[in-house]
Design a protein around this ligand. Structure first.
Ligand SMILES: [Zn+2]
Length: 239
């Protein structure tokens, strides 16, 4: 059974009630969850599940792509069984940092595309920092320093981050979303769209902040030259 992803409707949901559907791989599958699994290059959430007074630690969260089930890997599954009602609670400090970095990643990719025609070829968002590779030529220090300035300008504008759903056909009409949507499996008929108006629009499944101002300051940590057309950036957000 597909686990309903509550964070896709509300990235700020920190506590929720849910039902255990099954036990698997050292964890539980819930009917619905606010825990974001490791997917889309964004790290998974951690936190806790409560069964009455008993607290379980959620150590990692895994999406089973074929079934759409989300496994919450726990310190122990003792006492848990299908049908049990549990309360889930996120490690919010970790999640909020991931949200800020994730929205920052979208802005950076938009700036790199607009200013250099460069596409992101890989990357990851972890709670302490993000890293991405771009297919761009030139002095990576100079390119990423300029891009960081542009990202900070956009953050300071305090722009709303809009999340909504579009049919596949409607989404395909939007320039920029098309290539992403085309990569989606054909059975996905409704796409979740994340839009920072005038800056970026993407089909995307992960949690984001509501307004760019929440990101704080975008901070370039390190750059690396990984090849003629492959430059890496490490960055974080402050405070
Ligand atoms: Zn994303």
């Amino acid at each position: 059974m597909v686990t309903e992803l509550l964070f896709q409707r509300d990235s700020y949901l920190r506590r929720f009630e849910s039902t255990v559907m099954d036990l698997r791989s050292g964890g539980v599958i819930l009917d619905k969850t606010a825990f974001h699994p490791m997917t889309g290059g964004v790290a998974d959430d951690t936190g806790w599940l409560y069964l009455g007074n008993v607290r379980y630690e959620v150590r990692s969260v895994v999406l089973e792509k074929d079934s759409g089930e989300v496994i919450h890997v726990l310190d122990t599954t003792e006492g848990l069984s299908p049908g049990a009602t549990v309360i889930g609670e996120l490690n919010w400090e970790r999640r909020y940092k991931l949200m800020r970095l994730h929205t920052a990643a979208h802005i950076l990719s938009a700036v790199m595309y607009d200013d250099y025609g460069s596409l992101v070829t890989g990357g990851s968002v972890e709670p302490d920092k993000a890293k991405e590779d771009y297919d761009v030529q030139g002095d990576e220090k100079e390119i990423f320093s300029k891009a960081a300035e542009r990202v900070n300008e956009i953050i300071k504008r305090g722009m709303e981050v809009r999340i909504y759903w579009l049919s596949r056909d409607e989404a395909m009409k939007i320039p920029g979303v098309v290539k992403l949507a085309a990569r989606m499996p054909p059975n996905v008929n409704v796409l979740r769209i994340v839009e920072i108006p005038g800056v970026d629009i993407q089909a995307d499944g992960g949690p984001h902040v509501r307004n760019t101002i929440e990101i704080g300051k975008f901070l370039l940590l390190k750059t690396e030259n990984k090849g003629k057309k492959r430059k890496r950036i490490y960055y974080t957000v402050e405070p």
